[in-house]
Write a protein that binds this ligand. Structure first.
Ligand code: NAI
Length: 320
C-alpha cells in the first residue's frame, strides 16, 4: 500500500504539556523512521495560557477552522497558576473538543451578593446519549471480554441520568453478544478500588468519567501513564488525543514528567489513524522499558523524561 502521510496538529499548551508532547513527537518520529510504513507531518500551535494573557484569546480567530485540516490533534495540558481553571479549560481544551456539544450553562447572577445564584445545568439529549452508549457497546464488542459497565446516578439525578439508563437498556438490545451491568457512580469508586478485575469497558457521562478516569490512572500506578482520546466517530472532524493529566505546575521544567501517558496517547492516535501495527509496536516498546525499571519518580523510579523517551526509541530500533 502507499505510504500515507498524516498531518498532526500539536498543541502542547501549558506546564509539563510541552515537555511530554515533545517526548511523544520524538517517539512518533522514531516509529515512522524505523517502521517506514507511514509519514507524519507536525504543525505546532502555540495556543496556551501565555498567548491568552497576551492577546485575551486561547484560540486565535479562524483557529478551529484551521484544525479541521488535520488528521488528528495531539494535545498536552492546559492550565496556569495565573489563569482561573474554568477560563483555561473552556478557553482551549473544551473549546476544541466540544464545539458542537449540547451543553447549557445557566451561569451566575448577583455576583458577590449574599443572594448570588449559580447554576450548572447539564442537558442530556436522546441523540447524544444514544450516540455515546452505542459507541461504548461497539468498543466493548471489539474487546475480548465483551463486557460493558454503564455508570449512572439515576437515584439522585432523576432526569438526565434516568434517560441515560433507559437509552442504555434500549441500545443493549442490539448487542446481545455484549454483557452489560449498571453501577451508581459512588458504588463504582468502591468497585474500582476493591475489585478492578471485575471491570473492562466503562461508559460514563462527562463529569463522572472525569473523576473515575483519574481514579483508574491512580489505581494503575500514576496519573502520568493514562491516555485520553476525544473521538469523533463520524470522522468529520479530527479527533483529539491527550494525556489524562494536567499541566502539573509542581514539576514543570524539572525534566521529570512521566511521558508514558503521552506515548500511550500517541499509540491510541496511531490506532485511530489505522496504523494498528505501529500502535502495538509502540505499546510493546513502552512496556519493555517499564519492565526494565526505566521509570520516572511518580512510578518510584529515578529516570528523567528524556531518559525514558530515549529508552523507548532504542526499543523501537531494536524491535526491527
Ligand atoms: P495535574 O494532573 O496537573 O497534577 C496532579 C498531580 O499529578 C501533581 O502532583 C503532578 O505533579 C502529578 N502529575 C501529573 N502528570 C504527571 C506526569 N506526567 N508525570 C509525573 N507526575 C505527574 O492536576 P492538577 O494539579 O489538579 O491541575 C494542574 C492544572 O492542570 C490546573 O490548571 C488544571 O485545570 C489543569 N488540568 C488540565 C487538564 C487538561 O488539560 N486536560 C486536565 C487536568 C487538569
Amino acid at each position: 500500500r502507499n505510504r500515507p502521510t498524516y498531518k498532526i496538529a500539536s498543541i502542547p499548551a501549558d506546564g509539563i504539556g510541552p515537555e511530554v508532547v515533545e517526548a511523544g513527537i520524538t517517539v512518533l518520529k522514531c516509529l515512522s523512521k524505523f517502521l517506514y510504513t507511514f509519514n507524519l507531518e507536525f504543525e505546532h500551535f502555540n495556543w496556551s495560557s501565555n498567548l491568552y494573557l497576551k492577546t485575551g484569546k486561547y484560540i486565535p480567530d479562524g483557529g478551529l477552522e484551521r484544525l479541521k485540516e488535520f488528521d488528528a490533534i495531539l494535545f498536552g495540558a492546559v492550565g496556569a497558576p495565573n489563569v482561573p481553571d474554568h477560563i483555561s479549560l473552556w478557553g482551549l481544551r473544551l473549546a476544541i473538543c466540544q464545539p458542537f456539544q449540547q451543553y447549557a450553562n445557566g451561569g451566575r447572577s448577583h455576583v458577590g451578593q449574599p443572594w448570588e445564584v449559580a447554576t450548572e445545568v447539564a442537558i442530556f439529549t436522546r441523540h447524544a446519549v444514544e450516540r455515546l452508549i452505542r459507541f461504548a457497546f461497539e468498543t466493548a464488542r471489539s474487546r475480548p471480554r465483551k463486557f460493558l459497565t454503564v455508570v449512572t446516578k439515576s437515584n439522585a439525578q432523576r432526569n438526565g441520568m434516568v434517560l441515560w439508563d433507559e437509552v442504555a437498556e434500549l441500545v443493549a438490545k442490539d448487542f446481545s453478544d455484549v454483557t452489560y451491568d449498571k453501577m451508581l457512580v459512588d458504588a463504582m469508586t468502591v468497585r474500582m478500588t476493591l475489585k478492578p478485575e471485575t471491570l473492562d469497558t466503562i461508559v460514563a457521562s462527562n463529569l463522572h468519567a472525569d473523576i473515575l478516569s483519574d481514579l483508574a490512572a491512580a489505581l494503575a500506578g500514576s496519573i502520568g501513564i493514562a491516555p485520553t482520546s476525544n473521538l469523533d466517530p463520524t470522522r468529520k472532524n479530527p479527533s483529539m488525543f491527550e494525556p489524562i493529566h494536567g499541566s502539573a505546575f509542581d514539576i514543570t521544567g524539572k525534566g521529570i514528567a512521566n511521558p508514558v501517558a503521552t506515548f500511550w496517547t500517541a499509540a491510541e492516535m496511531l490506532a485511530w489513524l489505522g496504523e494498528e501495527d505501529a500502535s502495538n509496536t509502540l505499546m510493546e516498546c513502552v512496556e519493555r522499558v517499564c519492565e526494565k525499571g526505566i521509570k520516572t519518580a511518580d512510578l518510584g523510579g529515578t529516570a528523567t523524561t528524556i531518559q525514558v523517551t530515549e529508552a523507548v526509541c532504542e526499543e523501537i530500533e531494536r524491535n526491527l
